[in-house]
Ligand binder design. Structure first.
Ligand code: SF4
Length: 447
């Protein structure tokens, strides 16, 4: 293929803008769409004005997210006028058409082909043999040093408050060889941390009956423990998100103790009261869960546990809530997120009796966050004087750099601030001695 001088612009290539809303799973969908667009010669525009059309990847998880998605579509229509909608809210085309009848096309989550068809219909690709040059790892929206690795779509659980299974369908896992190959491409491209995501990471491969598949002469089983072992051998940080508390999750803890994957589990417990968990259709044995946490800490003493909880679920009494606070005090989790219960169209929990008043939800949210603030402050204070390996996220700040330890996932957890360090780069791994701490973040110096 003849070479084109690198400064020759692709004048005729149509330009597409993308607005990506929602969770990391939606972000991965956006990355796949971007990769396909670039593979076909489209250019990506960072502004509405510079784009020939805009794709809005929506979120429909909560009513507040739906509102935000509809507003983003409205803004893209005002600023650009040619808008293709996809993502979770796209599963309900009527809602979108009712608010914005002029959108060019609507498709649901992970319908990459439908998005590309809409793009082709409204903006045929310019023919340019050079334009389909895409880096082997695809196009990513995350910084160069970390990447989300999506291992499956959908979920077989039936949690009462969640409509993801009806939007995204039943569990469909990617074959293990495909996941390992993608991970390898990312690592070869400079990624230092892989964040394993899905709707239900622990269930990985059960739909494939844990089938083995081959990559570079080696066979890999589609089972979360086997996959973690394979990923763990790639020499980068492996972090697991969205783990449903299945019994076999216990098998992952020894891999953390061996240093193959980070001693970090993002495991949304949602509540601690037996009755509320039952009403949520979640495993309802939180006393046993406390024992389990204890056992995990015996095997991997440094394990950091992140969780999320819902307060104000229908039927939640003051007793249920007090029980949750006591459970939190006993569990001493490292990171906690908390949502106030909201009805979501299509969720079973909408029909439950005894919805909780908004003021009560607000008050319980405040109390839970205050309880966790105290626990977190105690945990961060205990880290003063210790030294941790830190991956640098940003070094372009006036007073130095900041990064994360194994206990902090990007965007959602705490930071290690390294004031005065100006010679670090994103993706660097440095040992940092912790000198001080606030409720959630640490402050230290390289050693
Ligand atoms: S496990 Fe997660 S994705 Fe699946 S139904 Fe429950 S909350 Fe929704």
């Amino acid at each position: 293929m003849p070479e084109r001088p690198s400064d020759t612009p692709l004048e005729s290539a149509p330009k597409i803008g993308i607005v990506s809303l929602g969770c990391p799973k939606a972000l991965v969908d956006s990355e796949r769409i971007l990769t396909k667009l670039r593979a076909e010669g489209y250019e990506i525009s960072g502004t509405y004005a510079g784009a020939d059309a805009v794709i809005v990847n929506t979120c429909g998880f909560l009513d507040s997210a739906k509102k935000e998605s509809l507003e983003a579509i409205g803004e893209a229509l005002d600023e650009n006028g040619r808008v293709i909608v996809t993502g979770c809210l796209g599963a309900d085309e009527e809602i979108i058409r009712a608010a914005h009848p002029d959108v060019l096309a609507v498709s649901g989550p992970h319908q990459y082909e439908a998005v590309m068809e809409a793009v082709h219909d409204h903006l045929p690709p310019a023919h340019d043999p050079y334009a389909d040059l895409v880096p082997p790892e695809g196009i990513r929206l995350t910084p160069r040093h970390y990447a989300y690795l999506k291992i499956s779509e959908g979920c077989n659980q039936t949690c009462a408050f969640c409509i993801i299974p009806s939007m995204r369908g039943k569990l469909r896992s990617r074959p293990a060889n495909e996941v390992v190959a993608e991970a390898e491409r990312l690592v070869n491209a400079g990624v230092r941390e892989l964040l394993v995501i899905s709707q239900d990471t622990g269930a990985y491969g059960s739909d494939l009956k844990y089938a083995e598949s081959a990559y570079k002469g080696q066979s890999y089983a589609a089972r979360i423990t086997d996959l973690c072992r394979a990923l763990g051998e790639m020499g980068v940080w492996i972090r697991l998100h969205y783990i449903y508390p299945y019994p076999h999750i216990d098998d992952l803890i020894p891999l953390m103790a061996e240093g193959l994957i980070l001693p970090y589990l993002d495991i949304p417990f949602q509540h601690a009261s037996h009755d509320i968990l039952k009403a949520m259709r979640r495993p309802a044995h939180q006393e046993k869960t406390l024992d389990r946490l204890q056992r995990w800490r015996t095997v991997a003493p440094d394990i950091a546990i992140r969780s999320t909880f819902i307060v104000g679920f229908p039927g939640e009494t003051e007793d249920d809530f007090s029980h949750l606070l006591q459970w939190l005090e006993a569990a001493e989790l490292d990171r906690v997120g908390c949502f106030k219960y909201e009805d979501v169209e299509g969720a079973r929990s909408n029909a439950l009796a005894s919805h909780v008043d908004e003021e009560v939800k607000d008050e319980r949210w405040e109390r839970l966050m205050e309880t966790q603030r105290r626990i977190s402050a105690k945990k961060t204070a205990a880290k003063i004087g210790q030294t941790f390996e830190v991956i640098i996220d940003d070094a372009d700040v006036d007073d130095g750099a900041w990064g994360r330890t194994y206990a902090d996932a990007p965007e959602i957890d705490g930071r290690v601030n390294i004031p005065g360090s100006h010679d670090l780069r994103p993706g660097d791994n440095v040992s940092v001695k912790i000198n001080s701490a606030d409720d959630y973040d640490l402050f230290g110096e390289p050693v």
